[in-house]
Design a protein around this ligand. Sequence first.
Ligand code: B4P
Length: 331
Amino acid sequence: MKFYILFGPPGAGKGTHAGAIASKYNLKHVSTGELLRSEIAAGTELGKMAKNLIEAGNLVPDYVVEGMIEHLFHTTKGVAGFLLDGFPRTVQQAEDLDHLLAQRGEKVNAVISIMISDATVRERLKHRATVEGRADDASDETISNRIVTYHKKTEPLIAYYKQAGVYREVSGECGGVEAVRAQLFDLFNGMDTSFLGEQVVMDNALFDLLEQQAHDTPRLRMNYDLRNTTEDDSQRMLNVWLPGSKLEVHRHQHSNETVLLLKGKMDVVLYNDDGTEAQRIHMGGDSGVYGINIPKNVWHTVEAFKLAVTFTAKDGAWAPNAPEDILEVKR
Ligand code: B4P
C-alpha cells in the first residue's frame, strides 16, 4: 500500500485537488476535515465536541482524528493506497501515524505540499465563506486563529518530513485550479505510483472505483494492471466496461486470450476474415457462461450492455494493436 499526505495551510486547495488525484491513482481519499464536518452534521458526541473547536479555528485533539484514521485503515479494502488530506496536522499526529504504519510494515511514501501565503489564505477562506458558508471561515478572527494555529502546530511538519526525505512542494498560487492540478499530476507522475506487485483484493470497492474512473474516460472502460513487475511480460488485467464502450474488432497473432467475467453481463463476438459475424457468446446473466479462451488469430471484440468486469490474460508485453490486426467491420 502507498500512503500519500496532501499538506498545506488552510485553504491551500487540499480538498479541491484530492478527489482527482485519488481517482487517478486508485487511492482512498481521507479528509479529516470532511469526516469531522459529517460528525458535526450528524450531531454525534464526537461532532458536538469538535464543533466549538473548529468554529473557533482550533484543532481537535489528536486522539480524535487518529481514531478515525485508524478505523479507516482497518476497514478500507480494494484500494492501492491512501491519500490523507489534512492529516497529520501536528508533529504528534505525524509521529503517531509513523508508529501506526510501522506496525503494518508500511511508511509514508510522500508528502505533497500545496503552498500559499497568509494573504492568499485570508482571501480564499473569505471567498469560500460566501460560497460554502463554513463556520470556520466566517470571521476575520477565526481565520486569523487558523493561520496562527497553522504556523505554530502544523508548519513544523515541513521540517519533520524534509528530514524523512519525503517532502515535495508545489505552489498553490501559480494560477487557477487547473494550473495547480497540472503541477500536482506532474509531481505524482514522477513518483513511484505504480502498484505492481502489491496485494490487491478484488472486491466491489475496487470495481466501484474503476467504474468511476471509466465514467471519466471517453473510452468508457478502465483497466487495472495485475502484473508483479514492469519486467513481467505477461498481460493480466481487470477491465471494467460501461455500456457503449467500443472496442475495435482485432486479433492477437502470438497469443490466445483468456477472458473471465467476474461481474455483470457482456457478449464476446467472433468475426470471419470478411467482417461477418461468426459467433456471439453471451456471458453472465442466465447464460451460464463465465469465460472464453479466444484462440490466436481469431478476430474478436466485446460488447457490454450493462456494467461488466472481466479478468483478461494474454502472453507477451502489451502493445497497441498493429493496423494489420484491426478489422474494419460495420456494426
Ligand atoms: P480542512 O477541511 O482540512 O480544510 P482547509 O484546510 O480549510 O482547506 P483546504 O486546503 O481543503 O481548502 P480547499 O480545497 O477547500 O480543515 C477544516 C478544520 O477541521 C481545521 O481547521 C481543523 O479545525 C479541523 N481538522 C481537520 N483535520 C484535522 C486534524 N488532522 N487535526 C486536528 N484538527 C483537524 O480550498 C479553499 C478555497 O480555495 C476553495 O474555495 C477553493 O475553491 C479555492 N481554491 C483552491 N485552489 C485554488 C486556486 N488554485 N486558485 C483559486 N482558488 C482556489
